[in-house]
Ligand binder design. Structure first.
Ligand SMILES: [Ca+2]
Ligand SMILES: [Ca+2]
Ligand SMILES: [Ca+2]
Length: 418
């Protein structure tokens, strides 16, 4: 950022404003001096952050409303070192930072510092401190696997400037284009980092690119258009489609992790004990993939446990991270239509089991139950999502992956089919 050029411009303007005093003068001291504080967002001729305050030695000396592009003051000072700070109550303005020194913004001796030391000496008539703020918006979102709904950690987030003088520039972290910028990657919960700031003077838009090995790269053209200063934009959940080069609806990374190869031809649907169920737990590999269970462990599966309680039929099942569940019921196990009667619920952090008591089971005992893993957005219909390839359909991800097990005791009052 051309801060030297900015200060040079400010100095020129300072001369033009030399006789312009915006506040009552303190009693003259023996030494005539002057400090001028300038605030800018994009440079001379544009507005300073609204509600800007200039503070000198811990005392507020000027407070400006909107539409001033410059904050300055002039008074008489003794020689000495003064601490000058500019603060703004308006959100959406961040001080520019050094391109090479991450600590400069906190260094009072640095031209990027805020607060900053300004020295009046016997020989300098005018001490100028220029403070340059960038108008910004903050962008937030969460990233998930489009098929398993798992939250994706470590996805790389990039914004590409579209239009304006920086057209084509790729922003990979904040502070932008510095040697020490923290690269934007999603955290363990799939969330954007909290410092995804974009320059927001309304002249440019931004494309979004999200990438991670094992997934199709997502590119959203003009994902941020005409940003307004101070906006917080939450884009909800963004879904990345996993790579599936062998086309078997199993993410290839998952196949490699569990079977050492993604070249196997596991089918999406498999009958009990067929080759698609190598651990013989009754769940096909695809069902285990969607449910987040281990396809090589007989003990790891989605299994509905019924209990009979005084308050009604109670159901329990083990849960896996990032999955969303619902309970469906039918009165006719053979030909009946299933209806959602409980849920949906997403697994909480650390949760290993869900329990649910059917409130109608006392009066309507003639019911069969199953639990399903469903896409998370079923519970959060207002979320925005996008992906480079469509997520698996609700049908394929909500397949019946557990059903009423005939070989365990049925709840009191329930009747199984012949
Ligand atoms: Ca695959
Ligand atoms: Ca299995
Ligand atoms: Ca299993």
């Amino acid at each position: 950022m051309a801060i030297n050029k900015l200060i040079k411009q400010l100095l020129l303007l300072a001369c033009a404003y030399a006789g312009f005093s915006l506040m009552s003068q303190a009693a003259p001291t023996s030494f005539p001096g002057s400090i001028m504080v300038f605030c800018s967002n994009t440079g001379i001729g544009t507005n300073a952050p609204p509600q800007t305050h200039a503070i000198l030695n811990n005392s507020e000396i000027l407070s400006y409303p909107d539409n001033f592009y410059m904050v300055n003051f002039a008074r008489y000072f003794e020689p000495g070192t003064y601490t000058v700070q500019v603060v703004t109550a308006a959100s959406g303005y961040l001080p520019i930072q050094s391109p090479t020194d991450p600590n400069a913004v906190n260094d009072p001796n640095s031209m990027y510092g805020n607060p900053r030391y300004v020295e009046i000496t016997a020989s300098n008539f005018l001490a100028v401190a220029g403070f340059h703020f960038d108008p910004v918006i903050r962008v937030d979102a969460g990233i998930r696997d489009a098929w398993t709904m798992e939250r994706i950690e470590g996805a790389t987030i990039e914004y590409i400037v579209s239009g304006g003088p920086g057209d084509g520039t790729v922003l990979t972290g904040y502070p932008w284009l510095t040697s020490y910028a923290e690269t934007w990657v999603s955290d363990a919960s799939g969330a954007f980092p909290t410092n995804v700031y974009l320059y927001a003077d309304g002249k440019e838009s931004y494309h979004l690119r999200i990438s991670k090995p094992g997934y199709h790269t997502l590119f959203v053209t003009n994902s941020v258009v005409t940003p307004r200063v101070g906006d917080d934009r939450d884009y909800g959940t963004i879904f990345l489609a996993p790579l599936d080069q062998n086309g078997n609806q199993l993410g290839d990374t998952w196949e490699n992790d569990h079977f050492g190869s993604a070249a196997q031809s596991f089918l999406a649907d498999g009958a009990f004990s067929d080759p698609n169920d190598p651990d013989n737990d009754g769940m096909s590999n695809h069902a285990e993939y969607i449910a987040g269970t281990d396809p090589n462990d007989w003990n790891s599966c989605l299994w509905l446990q019924p209990f009979s309680t005084t308050g009604g039929v109670e159901l329990a099942w083990t849960v896996e991270p990032d999955r969303t569940y619902r309970v469906c019921g039918t009165t006719n196990l053979t030909a009946g239509e299933w209806f959602q009667i409980g849920g949906t619920w997403e697994t909480a952090i650390g949760q290993t089991e869900m329990r649910w008591i059917d409130p109608n089971s006392t009066d309507n005992c003639n019911l069969y139950y199953k639990v399903e893993v469903v896409p998370c957005w079923w519970a959060e219909p207002n979320q925005v999502f996008s992906a480079s390839t469509p997520p698996q359909t609700a049908t394929s991800t909500s397949q019946q992956i557990s059903y009423w097990p005939e070989d365990i005791p049925k709840p009191e009052g329930l009747v199984l089919p012949d």
